[in-house]
Design a binder for this molecule. Structure first.
Ligand code: TYC
Length: 103
């Protein structure tokens, strides 16, 4: 085997790209039955919001139909959305929190 037969090393190295885990939005959905104060109470209890932030998020859903509550990892988003929706269900309200992937 002469020197000329040695296979050339590839000149580029492929750098493995670390995929960032997709983030999910928790979305508050408006309805005609749940009292405003109850929505704010749930936002404070489950999402650790202040009264002011909770009121603002609640009013956004009230006026526009939906409001983004938080953006976080999928398992946390799904757990919190279920916790908040279950609290309302126990109290007899149709209040709904959903999740969807962020673009
Ligand atoms: N629309 C409700 C009312 O007028 C209050 C409300 C706000 C309910 C936001 C749900 O996600 C909601 N009592």
């Amino acid at each position: 085997m002469s020197d000329n037969d040695v296979a050339a090393k590839p000149q580029t190295r492929s750098k493995p790209k670390l995929q960032r885990p997709k983030l999910y939005k928790v979305i508050l959905v408006n309805d005609d039955y749940t009292p405003r104060e109850f929505v704010v109470m749930v936002l404070k209890a489950v999402f650790r919001m202040s009264e002011e932030t909770g009121y603002r998020v609640m009013m956004t859903a009230h006026k526009l139909g939906t409001s983004v509550v938080v953006v976080c990892a999928r398992d946390i988003a799904e757990t919190k959305a279920k916790e908040a929706t279950d609290l309302a269900k126990e109290a007899g309200y149709p209040l709904l929190f959903t999740t969807e992937p962020e673009e």
